[in-house]
Design a protein around this ligand. Structure first.
Ligand SMILES: Nc1ncnc2c1ncn2[C@@H]1O[C@H](COP(=O)(O)OP(=O)(O)OP(=O)(O)O)[C@@H](O)[C@H]1O
Length: 627
């Protein structure tokens, strides 16, 4: 099965659901946000001060309005006093608007910085995640966290930050203001407190799981979209459009269902908030009526108390409504921080599992076709492997993707320092899985895999090249030196010459400076494979694993690619998943794999002479090749 075909195979959804990327808990989220703030507490305090000052200025207008009512009713104040009250209202509103705007702008800068840092950390960490982990979770989950979840936080933050910082102060000052007018007004307003407490508790009980399920449904939808697009050729070739459309439609309806449930929960919450407002206003009007008719208060006092209460609607509702945004944003934040914390901190010197440079695996592991292997499994001690001793060894390896279907059983193999070993077998026999285990993409479910020892350039010690070679939209030089950043032009040219790509270089209009890839000079599949082999030569790993790396580049180029492969593998250990049996013939040793077991092992001539499975495969392949 090719990598593309794997991507479009029916997704074992129930199995995958249990293997999502981790979601962080509240403690991890708080720690990540604190770290992303990077000690800018003074900026946070400044934002709070500006917003609360703005909220205080906003109280001047309603207070002045009450004064205005009393002044008009008494008829004793002159017009100058009325003008002064009017001016105070205008100045209060202006100062409040300016301070609020300044606070929101400063807050936006701060939270955008925090979001950007978290996003960068997540992307950096995503490159370090073991490929197997991302594959198990589905790349859609990761993409959905980098897009949907980041967007969710970016959209929610402008509402959350001002509401949290500004509203609390406004509420506190306004309630004090109402009590100052008359404590009985404050008592009337207090009836809304239990209604709010009830509404918020109900909401917090119901909303989080709806939002979490909504995010998970979005991730599932992204996964199906991505896998279908990624394997579009296979989808067309096997007429799988209906099946894939159906799967995407089901995932989309699942999102719609959760969106609707979220809106229902939200509306019921808002309904409870409106009931609280009605209750508070009714209480105030009754108390106001009683106080004014019994000469215990003035009409202006009642007006101020009512205006203050109306002013409370916004901050209280903002505060409670942002609980909704806050829940939603926190669900997204937990998913982002979940990726950041998915692996131990590479900078943590106490963590023995991470001995290499933080960016080592990141350089290649995220790009198809050139994956630097993450360190895993015990290393082969270099001192013990003199001569052509094994530099890569699998012992009694078992592996399954689905526990009900073992893929490999009892696989053992060793590869010497300068030996090239071919893996051959029918489609689905398990060749790519052996290659993935050898490269560290997956870890065995039983048995051991010993890979080359860790060094400061650990990711150069083992390189996996698959069919899907990625040509970056960059210059040819940049495409090559990403494998060896310190390589100079002479070394780059020498690597191209080694794999016979000097003619390609000569044809490019600006030589090594020619931009290749989607944005520039497009390379043929065969040229892209040569590029991958030249990259490997520059990386100079101890072990090279080629998973049908040159199988799809076209038979016209087979000879050139085989010579390039032989030159690139020279002097290092090579494991070659061979599609064409003439590739296997050129290797030092051949392993025949059938139904996840190695059933034959030997040289091309030895295996042919034995007359077993390889001999039969060779006869069939040679006949077909001769046609
Ligand atoms: N990601 C995966 N999830 C579930 N099953 C998988 C996955 N990848 C491979 N398999 C299954 O594991 C078995 C071995 O697959 P593998 O790709 O290793 O075989 P292969 O010999 O390389 O085949 P091909 O030559 O067609 O690439 C097959 O039955 C395949 O369906």
């Amino acid at each position: 099965m090719t990598a593309r075909e794997q991507d479009t195979a029916p997704a074992p959804e129930a199995a995958r659901a249990g293997r999502r990327l981790p979601v962080a808990d509240a403690r991890q989220v708080a720690r990540a946000v604190r770290a992303a703030l990077g000690g800018r507490w003074w900026a946070l305090a400044g934002v709070a001060a500006i917003l609360t000052a703005g909220a205080a200025a906003d109280l001047i207008a309603p207070a002045a309005l009450g004064g205005l009512v009393d002044a008009v009713q008494s008829g004793e104040s002159g017009t100058a006093w009325l003008w002064r009250l009017g001016a105070a209202m205008v100045v209060g509103a202006l100062v409040g608007a300016v301070l609020t705007a300044a606070g929101v702008v400063t807050a936006s800068r701060l939270y955008e910085t925090v979001i950007a840092r978290l996003r960068e950390q997540m992307v950096a960490r995503a490159f370090e995640l073991p490929q197997g982990m991302v594959e198990e979770a589905g790349s859609g989950d990761l993409v959905s966290r980098a897009t949907d979840d980041v967007a969710e936080i970016s959209q929610a933050a402008p509402r959350i930050v001002p509401a949290l910082t500004g509203s609390l102060f406004t509420i506190a000052v306004t309630v004090v203001g109402i009590a100052v007018v008359d404590y009985r007004y404050a008592l009337a307003v207090a009836v809304i407190v239990p209604v709010h407490v009830f509404a918020v508790r109900w909401y917090l009980r119901n909303a989080p799981q709806v939002y979490a399920a909504q995010r998970a449904a979005m991730a599932e939808r992204a996964h199906h979209l991505l896998t279908s697009l990624h394997g579009i050729e296979t989808v067309h070739a096997y007429r799988l459009q209906d099946r894939h459309n159906g799967r995407i439609a089901r995932a989309s309806w699942e999102v719609v269902g959760w969106e609707l449930r979220a809106r229902v929960v939200q509306n019921r919450f808002f309904g409870r908030l409106n009931a609280a407002e009605l209750l508070g206003m009714t209480g105030l009007l009754v108390v106001g009526y009683l106080l004014v008719t019994n000469d215990l208060g003035t009409l202006g006092g009642a007006t101020t108390a009512i205006m203050f209460f109306i002013r409370l609607f916004n901050p209280i509702n903002n505060l409670l409504i942002v609980i909704d945004d806050l829940q939603s944003a926190l669900a997204s934040l937990a998913r982002i921080v979940g990726v950041i914390d998915a692996l131990p901190d590479p900078r943590d010197p106490c963590d023995p599992s991470r001995t290499g440079p933080a960016d080592a695996a990141g350089e290649g592991a995220g790009e198809a076709g050139f994956a630097a292997a993450p360190a895993a499994g015990p290393a082969v001690p270099s001192a013990d492997t003199g001569g052509n001793g094994p530099v890569l060894a699998l012992k009694d390896v078992e592996f399954h993707y689905d526990p009900a279907r073992p893929v490999l059983s009892g696989v053992s193999l060793e590869i010497g320092r300068t030996e090239t070993v071919a893996l051959v077998g029918a489609s689905g026999a398990g060749k790519s899985t052996v290659a993935a285990l050898a490269a560290g993409v997956h870890e065995p479910t039983a048995g051991t895999v010993r890979r080359p020892p860790a060094t400061p350039q650990r990711d150069r010690d083992l390189v996996l090249i698959t069919q899907e070679v990625h040509v970056f939209a960059a210059t040819l030089r940049e495409n090559l030196t990403l494998a060896a950043p310190s390589a100079d032009d002479d070394q780059v040219r020498a690597a191209l010459t080694t794999v016979g790509a000097d003619t390609l270089l000569a044809r490019l209009p600006e030589g090594l400076d020619t931009v290749v890839g989607t944005e520039g000079h497009s390379l043929t599949p065969a040229e892209a494979q040569l590029l991958a082999l030249a990259r490997m030569v520059l990386a100079d790993p101890a072990v090279a694993i080629l998973d049908e790396a040159t199988a799809e580049a076209g038979s016209a180029h087979a000879g050139a690619l085989d010579s390039a492969t032989a030159a690139a593998l020279s002097g290092r250990a090579g494991l070659v998943v061979a599609h064409r049996l003439d590739q296997a013939k050129a290797c030092d040793r051949i392993l025949v794999i059938e139904s996840g077991r190695i059933i034959e092992e030997g040289t091309h001539d030895g295996l042919r002479a034995r007359g077993g499975t390889y001999a039969t495969l060779w006869e069939a392949w040679s006949r077909k090749a001769a046609q």
